[in-house]
Design a protein around this ligand. Structure first.
Ligand SMILES: [Zn+2]
Length: 93
């Protein structure tokens, strides 16, 4: 999704794998966003990303109303509520 970790404070963390640049002019850089949905480098950075962008996320994604599920049911592949006690167990192949 993104090339670099989207936590604006990623480079604030002092780790050896963030160090780049020639001797005497070293800097800490943002890590790659290889995990965590391609957004962040660690769960900690992902959490800070959500926190930093919480208002924009809330504006972009409308709130879901409270939802419910009939008691003892699950949703099948035809989008129907099926009684758990009448569930068909798929045959072993
Ligand atoms: Zn990060």
């Amino acid at each position: 999704m993104y090339n670099h970790c989207q936590n604006p404070k990623c480079h604030h963390y002092t780790t050896t794998d963030r160090v780049r640049g020639p001797k005497g002019n070293k800097v800490y850089v943002t890590r790659n966003a290889t995990t965590y949905f391609g957004i962040a480098c660690t769960l900690h950075c992902l959490n800070e990303f959500w926190h930093h962008n919480r208002q924009a996320i809330k504006r972009a994604i409308p709130e879901l109303p409270k939802q419910s599920r009939p008691f003892n049911t699950y949703l099948n592949e035809n989008n129907e509520w099926v009684d758990i006690n009448k569930a068909v167990v798929p045959e072993m192949r």
